[in-house]
Design a binder for this molecule. Sequence first.
Ligand code: EPU
Length: 350
Amino acid sequence: MIVEKQVPLQAHNSFGIVARAQHLARVRSEADIAALRASPAWAALTQDMPPFVLGGGSNLVITGDVKPLVIKVEIPGRRLLEDSPRGWLVEAGAGENWHAFVQWTLEQGWPGLENMALIPGTVGASPVQNIGAYGVELQDRFHSLDAIDLSTGASFTLDAAQCGFGYRDSVFKHAPADGRGLGLAGRALITRVRFWLPKPWKPVLGYADLERKMAETGITEPTPPQIFDWVVAIRRAKLPDPAVIGNAGSFFKNPTVTPEQCADIIAREPKVVHYPMPDGSIKLAAGWLIDACGWKGRGVGNAGVYEKQALVLVNRGGATGGEVVTLAKAIQTSVYERFGIRLETEPVVI
Ligand code: EPU
């Protein structure tokens, strides 16, 4: 097992931040992980700091050279495990590109992931964030995953309940001792993910942008590839392509408030964009809150707020992770001062 030294990370984080991994190992299989753990380098490099697992780097802000051992997950593979009258069970290696995997499932005639087209990143990172878009979250299509406990080398399988999914949240985002019970951050390396795509397929079209597409095209019963194409078009129009402008998608989560808090905000800010949630809470559009504070197009150094969607922070060229973090804090402060709401960030800062 080769551990590379001083590896440039610019191409491995969608923000395009320039930084290096002091040590980086690429793993393509469970056997590679076992070999890495058995190597003399492992003991030396992981003695003081747990390793850092890197997928597509699409939800990451790097604030300097990375000292922990970086494990770059490149496990390939995608296959159908079951085709029953109730649905399709499909598995993918953690290193597969998410969008290419979604496209492949549709080409095979297995619909269900189309609303999550074009989300940057890898299959292995998708449960960490519980990615979601246009009315569908990963947890709605998730079956189970395989992972390796990096501290013991043991393999294990988790079902959806064990992953503790929440809005852009899972056990993989929490440290073992952060009070939420079983936290697996820095400990679990996800190797394979299985998806359950139920039959009969039902379109999810409740999201305003998709309703608009239906009205524009006059198509009221779109096929799965049609929805895929719409989602791709909507995302391309609204969100910057990380290959062109570095970014990590939405930088903040949409906050939830109580109906009383929402009524209070509406009294002061009648135009605030808000959606009732099934549990009775109200979700506010963080993009609207940031936009209302006048942040669109502004920035700190080379880090900026995207002109077309205030929830997305961008690298205008040569931004440092420090500039991104400073900008995020300034946004959080102004949203708190005006609305009394603390915005939580989505990406991992290292
Ligand atoms: N809005 C503004 N100004 C802005 C941005 C948004 O007024 O600068 C308003 C919009 O007009 C709209 C509302 O805020 O009424 C919501 O905006 P949008 O529909 O673009 O969705 P979002 O809440 O900003 C979320 C997810 C996205 C996901 C889309 C579609 C989060 C944090 N973000 O964005 O996910 O693609 O919905 O489902 O939940 C991501 O997590 O990285 C991501 C891109």
